[in-house]
Design a protein around this ligand. Sequence first.
Ligand code: ADP
Ligand code: MG
Length: 316
Amino acid sequence: MEESDLKNLPGVGPATATKLKNAGFTTAEAISVTPPKEISEKTGIGFNTVLSIVNGARETLGIDFMTAEDLWKKRQDMLRCTIGSENLNQLMGGGIETQAMTELIGEYGVGKTQICLSLCVRVQQPVENGGLAGKVVYIDTEGTFIPERVFQIAETLGLDPHETLANIFLARAYNSSHQELLTEHLFKFCPENNVKLVVVDSMIGHFRGEYVGRENLSERQQKLNSQLHKLLRLTEAYNIAVVITNQVQANPTAFFGDPNKPAGGNVMAHASTHRVYLRKGGKGTRIATVIDSPYLPEEKARFKITEGGVEDAGEE
Ligand code: ADP
Ligand code: MG
């Protein structure tokens, strides 16, 4: 639905449409998936009015109840972006999915950012070449987005590096509330700019740094949860792929195996559609494992980081 179509929603006159637009709610999709309380707070429109607008938007889009057949059809629109490594693609059921949030988990230096940078290039390719024919928003919380590296990947793949860089919208998030603000802008920004991939690298860094100690844990988790669900709604509203990175933390209760576990607890675990755990293998290889997914089996894929991004790696 176009911006101007907001006025066609039941109960939305020109003044209300302007208020909604100024608060970043420019489409019926965005309105229909945002909690009414939040819309009311941001627009200053009374709660009951918002409630009827939201209901109107939902009715217009016909999204209150859908049959399983409708859902099946919606999921046929789901696209998959190649990661660069066939092993990884297969592990992920064909690539990074739209209408889903994929979480890359692993210790420092394992290659989370490298996968994200590779995706930034790949996603711009036409669908027949494994891309999503779209642009990228990259929310960088750690300052590890290196344009020269994107340039190198594009050049190695025989693509125009300058054009590739021009299609990546970068936002440096300076703290968790700035990150929140940027996340909210996405509902307006993504449809207006044909964004098909949103990367948040890292999702949790600021939260861990700002909310230290047990007494702050529940507030941290609540804020993290709200932000994660906004991203999830974004994937569904606009058929977008969201990729977030997550760190590991020491797991003092582990006696055997990996002494690390993903940060972010249950909130993170429940919000992500697919969780991919990355670790280092021998000879510079990396091993990816799907640890939590509604339909992907728990398998392993071996890959390596190269000039062109990520590639398959053979056995050690
Ligand atoms: P994380 O985000 O998980 O902390 P990174 O994605 O930054 O980790 O990965 C860092 C790794 O990527 C390092 O091992 C580094 O050697 C490797 N790497 C970075 N650029 C290249 C390149 N051009 N060719 C090969 N390996 C690279
Ligand atoms: Mg990184």
